[in-house]
Ligand binder design. Structure first.
Ligand code: HEM
Length: 366
C-alpha cells in the first residue's frame, strides 16, 4: 500500500517544481562555525510573520476612524474574548521585532558581514531598519490616545521646521493642517498596507542576496577581505569540513531559536497584557505627560535636553546625517580586517552609541 501523503507530495512537486526551488536553498553551503550568532535575521522574520497574523486579526475589530478607534481598542481590551491578549501579542511581537533587528544589526557590524560582497545586503538592511522603526511609530499612532496625539504633535512640529517644504510635509503627514480623522486614515494605510508590503518586498531581496553571496563565515583574526579574491577565498574557507548544508542543522537552529522566542513573547503578553490606550486624545488637555514607546524615548529626552539655540538645526540635520552614515558604512570600509579585535574604532563606536542610547532612554523614563 503506497503512502498517500507521498503520492500527493510527488503530484504537487511535479507540478510546482518545489524541489528545484527549495532544494538549492536547503542544500546551499553555510560555514560550519556559523552557530547561534546567525539566528537573529530569521528571528526578526518570524516576528514580522507573527505581526502580520495578529495584525490581520486585530483589523477585523479595530475601527480606523477618529471617532471610533479608541472605543474599538477598549472593546478589544474588555469585551472581545481574548481581545486583550491579541493586542498584547501584537505589541510584544512588535517590540521583539525591533529588539531582534537591533541584535541582528549589531551582530552584522561586529562580524563586519557588510564587507565585500555583502554591501548591498547591508543597504537593503538599512531600508528594513527604517521601515521597521516607521512601523513602530505608526503603530503607536493607531492607539489614538493622548500619547499618540502628542507624539504626532511633536513629530509634526519637527517636520514643520523644514525650510520651504515644512508645511507640505506636515500636510502630507496629517492629511491637513491639524491632527484629525484624515491623520488616522493615513497612518492606518501606512501601517497596514504601505510599510508591510515594502518590508516584505525588501526582505525578499535581502534574503536573496544572502543566498547569492552565501552567509559570511565568523571572522578570524588575521584573515582579511580582498575584493579581488574574496569569492574564491570564501569558497575555500567553507569547503570540506569547514562548511555544511543549510538543512538540517543550521535551519533547525533558526527554528529552535525562533520557536523559543515565540513562546517567550506569548508568555510575556499573557503576563503583562496590552499597552493603553491612555486617555481619549484631547488637545484641550494640556496637563498631561505623554510618552513615546520605548524605542523613541531617546528622541523624547534628547529633544528635552537640547539647548533651544541649536534645537532646530539638530532636529533638521541629525536624522539625515545618521541615516546617511548608516547607508555609507560598507562604502567606508568594504575590505581588510573583519575580526573585532582588529577594529577598535568600530568597537568603541558601538559602545558609545549604545551607551548614549540607553542613558537617554533611561532619562526619558525619569
Ligand atoms: C526586517 C528586518 C530584517 C530581516 C527579516 C533580516 C533577515 C536576514 C536573514 C534571514 C539573514 C541571513 C542570516 C542571518 O540571520 O544572519 C540576514 C543577513 C544579513 N542581514 Fe539582515 N535582516 C533584517 C534587517 C537587517 C538590517 C537592519 C541590516 C543592517 C543594517 C541587515 C544586514 C544584513 C547583512 C549584512 C546580512 C549578511 C550576513 C552574513 O552574510 O553573515 N539586515 N538578514
Amino acid at each position: 500500500m503506497s503512502n498517500p501523503f507521498k503520492t500527493i507530495a510527488t503530484w504537487v512537486n511535479e507540478r510546482m517544481q518545489l524541489q528545484s526551488s527549495i532544494g538549492p536553498i536547503m542544500s546551499h553551503r553555510v560555514p560550519l562555525r556559523a552557530r547561534w550568532f546567525y539566528v537573529f535575521g530569521s528571528a526578526t522574520l518570524t516576528c514580522f510573520l507573527m505581526q502580520i497574523l495578529t495584525g490581520i486579526l486585530l483589523s477585523t475589530v479595530y475601527v480606523p476612524s477618529a471617532g471610533e478607534a479608541y472605543q474599538s481598542l477598549e472593546y478589544l481590551n474588555y469585551v472581545q474574548p481574548l481581545g486583550w491578549y491579541l493586542r498584547a501579542l501584537h505589541a510584544f511581537f512588535g517590540n521583539a521585532m525591533v529588539f531582534m533587528l537591533l541584535c541582528h544589526l549589531v551582530q552584522v557590524v561586529i562580524f563586519a558581514s557588510y564587507k565585500y560582497p555583502r554591501e548591498l545586503t547591508w543597504v537593503f538592511g538599512v531600508v528594513l531598519f527604517l521601515c521597521v522603526l516607521a512601523m513602530a511609530f505608526s503603530g503607536q499612532i493607531l492607539r489614538w490616545d493622548q500619547d499618540a496625539y502628542w507624539g504626532l504633535g511633536i513629530g509634526a512640529s519637527m517636520a514643520g521646521r523644514i525650510p520651504i517644504l515644512g508645511p507640505y510635509v506636515v500636510h502630507l503627514m496629517l492629511g491637513g493642517p491639524i491632527i484629525g480623522g484624515e491623520t488616522l486614515s493615513r497612518f492606518f494605510a501606512l501601517h497596514v498596507f504601505v510599510l508591510p508590503l515594502t518590508i516584505a518586498g525588501v526582505i525578499f531581496i535581502h534574503v536573496m542576496l544572502v543566498l547569492k553571496n552565501g552567509i559570511s563565515d565568523p571572522p578570524r583574526s588575521g584573515v582579511v577581505v580582498n575584493p579581488k579574491t574574496e569569492r574564491e577565498d570564501y569558497k575555500k574557507r567553507i569547503s570540506g569540513d569547514e562548511g555544511t548544508t543549510f538543512f538540517p542543522t543550521p535551519i533547525a537552529r533558526d527554528a529552535i531559536f525562533s520557536g523559543g522566542l515565540v513562546i517567550v513573547v506569548a508568555l510575556l503578553a499573557a503576563m503583562l497584557g496590552p499597552t493603553g490606550p491612555n486617555g481619549i486624545p484631547d488637545p484641550t488637555i494640556i496637563d498631561t505627560s505623554p510618552k513615546p514607546d520605548i524605542w523613541f524615548m531617546f528622541l523624547f529626552s534628547s529633544l528635552a535636553l537640547l539647548p533651544p539655540a541649536i534645537e532646530t538645526f539638530l532636529i533638521l540635520t541629525a536624522p539625515a546625517v545618521l541615516i546617511l552614515a548608516l547607508f555609507s558604512v560598507p562604502f567606508l570600509s568594504n575590505s581588510g580586517q573583519r575580526h573585532i579585535s582588529k577594529r577598535p574604532v568600530t568597537a568603541l563606536l558601538l559602545i558609545f552609541i549604545f551607551t548614549v542610547y540607553f542613558v537617554l532612554t533611561w532619562l526619558g523614563y525619569q
